[in-house]
Design a protein around this ligand. Structure first.
Ligand SMILES: CC(C)(COP(=O)(O)OP(=O)(O)OC[C@H]1O[C@@H](n2cnc3c(N)ncnc32)[C@H](O)[C@@H]1OP(=O)(O)O)[C@@H](O)C(=O)NCCC(=O)NCCS
Length: 177
């Protein structure tokens, strides 16, 4: 099942008309502050990302969901599962992640969407473990991790940007019990 409804959100596969609003989110330096080396991304890079996320759905049976507000139909951003190829030392692993446009912060949307993605990891994909990686200083993201029940496991460095990272994890065999 690749569509999930929560009380306020629809998590779904990507559509062509998501490109413009997702590119707007990726172009915001505050949104991108703790992603990679912090550089915002343009329309072309966003199109490539969406294509990669859709390919991951086809190849792995999981991926990043587009997160839509049920009330207005607006694209708020994404949450979901991805293989963190950028950090080979943690592989094999599946990462849970999230990114919302700034106007959608502070309303509990990220946690609501991510909880649904974690439930999907357990009940639909049968995963035993999920990790999440945040740059140190990204308190909003680590707050979501904590609320989902992930705990800090180790610190390391982003291989490309050299920025410090903290890896969090959750044992989903216990989560299921
Ligand atoms: C990381 C990110 C998704 C977190 O978003 P967020 O809106 O702060 O996260 P939440 O959905 O948990 O909402 C946070 C706050 O909304 C408030 N809130 C308002 N209404 C709420 C409701 N109905 N239910 C729950 N919380 C609500 C709460 O105060 C909550 O804060 P608390 O957990 O301290 O109580 C967002 O900061 C972001 O997109 N950042 C840029 C991209 C990024 O860094 N991604 C992660 C890379 S590792």
């Amino acid at each position: 099942m690749t569509e999930i409804r929560t009380p306020r959100l629809l998590l779904r596969r990507w559509r062509e008309d998501d490109l413009a609003p997702m590119a707007e989110i990726n172009a915001d330096p505050q949104v991108m502050r703790f992603i990679g080396d912090g550089t915002p991304r343009d329309l072309e890079q966003t199109a490539e990302s969406i294509q990669r996320w859709e390919d991951e759905w086809d190849d792995e049976g999981f991926g990043l969901f587009a997160v839509e507000l049920l009330g207005s139909g607006e694209l708020a951003g994404f949450t979901g599962l991805a293989v963190p190829y950028f950090l080979p030392e943690v592989l094999p692993a599946v990462e849970i992640g999230w990114r919302l446009g700034r106007q959608f912060w502070g309303q509990g949307y990220a946690s609501e969407a991510a909880q649904a993605a974690l439930d999907f990891a357990v009940t639909d994909r049968g995963l035993d473990r999920v990790i999440s990686i945040a740059q140190i200083g990204n308190h909003a993201s680590e707050n979501v991790m904590r609320k989902l029940g992930l705990t800090p496991e180790r610190e390391t460095t982003h291989p490309l940007s050299g920025r410090p990272l903290r890896v969090h994890a959750i044992d989903l065999t216990e989560y299921r019990a």
